[in-house]
Design a protein around this ligand. Structure first.
Ligand code: ADP
Length: 265
């Protein structure tokens, strides 16, 4: 039997229905891209959505939403106001310190900041609060996973074994503390040749499928490599906002539907 999450009795954030962590074993697999587009896709279904960027090693949410130089307002009562963009309420370490300085934060300072994000940000009523976790399974990730009353966790992974080794550790961390694993998102599964449609594997296929079979962790979706996704990160408009009828945006809309169905169950 798995040990009980010692924090599982912690009271949820008032007004927030579901908190979902988005994790990855490795950096650069597309965790923030998925978080940003999933948040916008959920908001477009009429849900109230917040996105908290806890990726201290590279807080990329301000960039992905084109809000790099914005600073959150503080209310008279001292509450931090999230930044509203594309109908998503955003908060990021990147809004509070410049992009390079959060990296040097260690233990207590970081936990204090995260605690503040949870308690002192005026999230208001939310159906979904997505948390973009830093990559890996260190103290920071573990503390967030334990301190925040999570409805569940999503993991993002590329197909090759190198990424699988690390994502296994992340999944193991959630399982140990009894956070439900909602599923895995395979990113950059392949690149479709624009003229022939032929699927080109960008990464050697590893043992991801057999691992998922064994553990009964569902693969929620496969996202191909789209040059538009990489471009969208640069211009600060997620594809779900900029080109909602594109194939890539439709995959995120599909993912949003899957997530909603799982959480409402
Ligand atoms: P992480 O948050 O895991 O570090 P990012 O979301 O920052 O990763 O993605 C890393 C880079 O890969 C970014 O430049 C992003 O635009 C690009 N990227 C992510 N997913 C895709 C995809 N499916 N197709 C094309 N580029 C992608």
């Amino acid at each position: 039997m798995q040990p009980q999450n010692p924090f599982s009795q912690q009271s949820p954030i008032p007004g927030v229905k579901h908190i979902v962590a988005i994790a990855s074993g490795k950096g650069g697999v597309g965790k923030s891209t998925v978080s940003a587009n999933l948040a916008v896709a959920l908001a477009k279904t009429g849900s109230k959505v917040g996105l908290l960027d806890c990726d201290i090693y590279g807080p990329s949410i301000p960039r992905l939403f084109g809000t790099i130089n914005q600073k959150p307002a503080i209310s008279e009562a001292g509450r931090i106001q999230p930044i509203d963009r594309y109908n998503v309420r955003l908060m990021s370490i990147g809004y509070l310190v410049d992009e390079n300085s959060a990296v040097v934060w260690r233990g207590p300072m970081l936990f204090k900041a995260i605690d503040q994000f949870i308690k002192d940000v005026e999230w208001g009523e939310l159906d979904y609060l997505l948390i973009d976790l830093p990559p890996g399974t260190g103290d920071v990730q573990l503390t967030i996973a334990q301190k925040v009353p999570l409805s569940g966790a999503l993991t993002v992974c590329t197909p090759q074994n190198l990424a699988l080794i690390d994502v296994k550790k992340a999944l193991d961390m959630f399982m140990r503390i009894n956070v439900p694993i909602l599923g895995l998102i395979e990113n950059m599964s392949y690149f479709a040749n624009p003229t022939t449609g032929e699927k080109i594997q960008m990464f050697p296929k590893g043992e991801l499928e057999s691992f998922l079979d064994r553990t009964k962790i569902p693969k929620l979706i496969e996202l191909p490599f789209y040059t538009t996704l990489a471009k969208a990160s640069e211009v600060g408009i997620p594809v779900c906002e900029g080109t909602p009828d594109s194939d890539e945006a439709k995959l995120f809309q599909q993912l949003a539907g899957i997530l909603k169905a799982k959480l409402e169950k």
